[in-house]
Design a protein around this ligand. Sequence first.
Ligand code: SF4
Ligand code: SF4
Length: 147
Amino acid sequence: MGSFTLAGFKFFYPDGIKWICKRCSNCCRDIDVRSRHILLLPGEASRIAKISNMRKNRFSKKSEEKLYQYEILKVKGNCLFLMGDQCSIYDYRPLVCQFYPFTMKSDGETSIISLGDQGCQGIGSGPELMGGYFKKLALAALKFLRD
Ligand code: SF4
Ligand code: SF4
């Protein structure tokens, strides 16, 4: 496991993982082996409401999570914002989408990034991910969580 410190927070990330996105869009939909939950922070839900000009309840429902209080609605198992194979809100896509197939659990000053979904076709392909990749994710998380 590798680690780095950012803004006083300690992050751990998995070593030796090869991954590349194969653009299959499976992370934007339910697949046989799992149902996808696209969770949103309150700030993300507000931002998407603003850029899409939709009320929150048109694209999300309340989740039971403490931190991620909303979940994007799906249509026939596809994320509401998936158009063909493209994310229609790509520049504003939520943290859980930016992190996929990884997830992050935080406990005070320490955060652990780990592989969260084995259903991703890109796992095991492409280059080995180094600390810089996970640092970018951590920076995005810090930005969102501070908003
Ligand atoms: S499931 Fe994996 S490979 Fe497919 S689009 Fe999502 S991140 Fe890329
Ligand atoms: S918000 Fe975009 S990236 Fe995230 S699941 Fe929906 S379509 Fe995919």
